[in-house]
Design a protein around this ligand. Structure first.
Ligand SMILES: [Zn+2]
Length: 476
């Protein structure tokens, strides 16, 4: 053990003691966190070892496992399924009804793997060097395990509740929500209806092993594909034509590529950049502050810097457009009569789709190119989860107690199952365990050819989940 590590562990022990004192002040019955580590690891490894690659999903294997765990604890659970292989499970701990329910959830499916690229087999849940390696270890069997453990503890410690706590493990998050959240919202909404929900999408960022900040996802962008279809006259390749569909399409895509839609902030992104500036080194903080400026010159310069250096932040500023598919032509001596490009558009939650489509048409400005929405499984748009809500405050307070860090609300550029719930009026917050910022670029992040989570951070996340849920739901 190095001196630095020793110091870190002393500080950690002190932090744990401080947390224990605070917990003691809150309630008499508290989990024995050290004793619970084996049980947490057992459930985590068990669900990781069940292959729920989507497609085909087969999420019922995880549902069966969870059902048996809940049964053993005496928690009634119900299975809902559009397809028996792709079931969902719901359990409810009753409160006194003084407040509306809290829903805690995790999705059971994982993205597919290229097993040859994994050092440890992707469904082995191998423990090595303090990490657990498996597909789903950070997406989303971490949230699943933390929510499950929280339910078991609430029941075991007989915590009296001001509101029902509902657990949902849902199928098909990775592209087939018709079996999961969409089905539950459309067919069984009363079983999961809640004031607040906690799901994936947030986390805690560590840099060089040190916690820097927590993120709580309060909002997400809405995916809407747009297609550009260019039509011209077909002919012999030896006689070039002015109407060549590929030339027109290439021109349209080039204009879209050079276009930067308007920068617009909402409560979440404004707060995010302000708080990020407050904890960042001055040379970088400058850009986070400048991008909020009302001076267009200052703002544009910061926007340019972010686009080049921090593209995820650039996407958070606007409805983003990325041309990702370009097709046309089938042999070298035939001028094709049609060519098509597909744009991946991620709209700001307040974007008006029809108006945005008109903007794209104006940018393309070519009557030979049709601009239209692609047919796709869309997720609905919805307002922000509120930062002045009891839930956000509870999560912020839990992040302070468990991680001793600042909380940044975030708008995710990707989409999650929270979209459907938010559209029904449930205020949803995305949470997650602490992850080293260096881990993603090294290839250990969600959806990578290796996925891993630190064991210590799994246990700390269970505690965070417990803290936030009990703060929000226990009888006061
Ligand atoms: Zn996920």
């Amino acid at each position: 053990m190095t001196h630095r590590m020793m110091l870190a562990s002393i500080l950690f022990a002190a932090a744990v003691a401080a947390v224990a004192v605070q917990l003691g002040a809150q309630s008499a019955s508290q989990p024995d966190w050290t004793a619970l580590q084996d049980e947490t690891m057992r459930h985590y490894q068990a669900v990781l070892r069940l292959d729920t690659s989507n497609p085909p999903g087969n999420e019922h294997v995880v549902v069966d496992y969870i059902k048996q765990v809940l049964d053993k604890e005496g928690i009634a659970a119900q299975i809902f399924a559009l397809d028996p292989n792709r079931s969902n499970i719901v359990a409810r701990l009753k409160g006194n009804g003084r407040k509306r329910p809290l829903l805690i959830m995790g999705h059971t499916d994982v993205v597919t793997v290229d097993a040859a690229k994994w050092k440890h087999p992707p469904f082995s849940a191998t423990r090595e060097g303090g990490y657990v390696y498996a597909r789903g270890s950070v997406d989303d069997k971490d949230n699943l395990t933390a929510s499950l453990m929280t339910m078991l503890l609430l029941k075991r410690l007989k915590v009296s509740l001001d509101r029902d706590v509902i657990f949902l493990a849902e199928a098909g998050e990775e592209g087939n929500s018709n079996f999961g959240i969409q089905f539950m919202v459309a067919q069984h909404f009363p079983d999961i209806d809640a004031e607040y929900c906690l799901a994936e999408g947030g986390g805690v960022t560590r840099i060089n092993g040190e916690v820097k900040y927590a993120t709580i996802q309060t909002l997400e962008k809405i995916p809407r594909g747009i297609e550009l279809v260019s039509r011209g006259i077909s002919g012999h390749g030896s006689v070039p034509l002015k109407t060549n569909a590929i030339v027109h399409l290439a021109g349209a895509v080039a204009k879209i590529g050079a276009w930067r839609p308007e920068v617009r902030f909402n409560e979440t992104t404004g707060t995010y950049f302000r708080r990020l500036a407050s904890i960042s080194p001055p040379d970088v903080a400058k850009y986070y502050r400048d991008v909020l400026s009302t001076d267009p010159k200052v703002r544009t310069a910061a926007d340019d810097w972010l686009f080049e250096n921090e593209p995820r932040h650039s996407s958070m500023l606007r409805t983003s457009v990325s041309p990702n598919i370009f097709t046309g032509g089938y042999r070298s001596n035939v001028i094709p009569s049609e060519a098509k490009a597909t744009l991946d558009v991620r709209m700001l939650p307040d974007e008006k789709p029809a108006e945005f489509l008109e903007q794209v048409k104006r940018v393309v400005n070519d009557p030979a190119v049709e601009v239209r929405f692609a047919n796709q499984n869309t997720r609905p748009g919805a307002p922000d989860a509120k930062l002045d809500s009891e839930a956000f405050k509870a999560l912020e307070a839990a992040a302070t107690r468990v991680y001793n860090t600042i909380t940044l609300p975030t708008m995710s550029t990707g989409a999650t199952d929270m979209a459907q719930l938010r559209a029904k009026g449930v205020q949803c917050f995305g949470i997650g365990p602490a992850i080293d910022m260096e881990d993603g670029p090294k290839g250990f992040g969600a959806h990578s050819d290796q996925e891993r989570l630190l064991e210590t951070e799994l246990h700390r996340f269970v505690r965070f989940s417990w803290e936030a849920v009990t703060d929000l739901a226990r009888a006061k």
